[in-house]
Design a protein around this ligand. Structure first.
Ligand code: 5GP
Length: 254
């Protein structure tokens, strides 16, 4: 088989040239990283689960009219996506205090926020993705004021959808990160949801027990990450309930 052209390799995903102009193939790796890649591991099956889960959320979002880069899943680890101009921001939506917000403000993790809060970080690993005010974003030309307003609306729609889906399966959506890309219709730019939505980029807590079902399991050494992600996938019906995670054997899912 001819080798595909690698376009970009990140910490958890690889982008290859797609089958048609304007498309890419997004490959989900098993690599897990935290604290700016200071902590690293290979978690067997994570890429397969995230490919499936991200497909599930993107398809659901498209069904309620949220534009996304997702075109179709190709196989267990790959999906065909629309090529976008990535806006160099991490867009974070928080419903409850946790992580950097809890630390910065001295809040107890899990404290409900008065309303969902959207914040922007500048996407730069070497700087540790610093939180940036809108003033910086406009001044440095990363996004226009109109685009920032559109990103906030998009992020809140994603939050409503994701919170509802998760609540339906007994999971509290604490916070999450999305990335947004620009596509051009003739000379007019339009924003669409890009990257992925998976337990790698969300905080998900079981409503009854408070068990963490997201990447904090890896960041904080709380147990088997693939088990946590498998639990999310099972509850959503993305995996048959009789499939159990076996770290020594790959699990075939259709
Ligand atoms: P925090 O700012 O508290 O570290 O993260 C807030 C939310 O955004 C969490 O759900 C976290 O998983 C997600 N997030 C923040 N930065 C990144 C990142 O660089 N990569 C991924 N995958 N998720 C992130």
């Amino acid at each position: 088989m001819a080798r595909r052209k690698l376009v970009y390799e990140g910490k958890a995903k690889i982008l290859y040239e797609g089958t048609e102009p304007g498309t890419l193939i997004q490959y989900f790796k098993d690599d897990a990283t935290a604290f700016n890649a200071e902590k690293k591991a290979v978690i067997e099956g994570k890429g397969v689960l995230n490919n499936r889960l991200s497909e599930y959320f993107m398809v659901g979002l498209q069904a309620i009219g949220v534009p996304t880069h997702f075109i179709k899943r190709i196989n267990m680890r790959e999906q065909l996506i629309r090529q976008v101009e990535i806006i160099p921001l991490e867009v974070i939506v928080r419903n409850y205090a946790a992580g950097t917000m809890a630390k910065r403000l001295g809040m107890e993790e899990g404290t409900a926020l008065p309303r969902p809060i959207v914040e922007f970080s500048y996407k730069d690993d070497s700087l540790g993705d610093p939180l940036v005010p809108e003033e910086y974003i406009a001044a440095f030309g990363w996004a226009t004021q109109q685009e920032m307003d559109d990103i906030v609306s998009l992020a809140l729609r994603v939050n409503d959808f994701m919170s509802g889906v998760m609540y339906g399966v007994g999971i509290k959506l604490i916070d999450f990160k999305i990335e947004v890309g620009r596509v051009w219709d003739n000379e007019y730019p339009r924003l669409i949801l890009a990257d992925e939505i998976s337990p790698d980029s969300c905080r998900l807590w079981d409503i009854e027990t408070g068990r963490k079902l997201d990447k904090d399991v890896f960041r904080r050494d709380l147990g088997d990450l693939a088990d946590a992600y498998t639990e999310v996938a099972k509850r959503l019906g993305v995996l048959p309930t009789n499939v159990t995670h076996n770290p020594t054997k790959p699990t075939l899912i259709n």
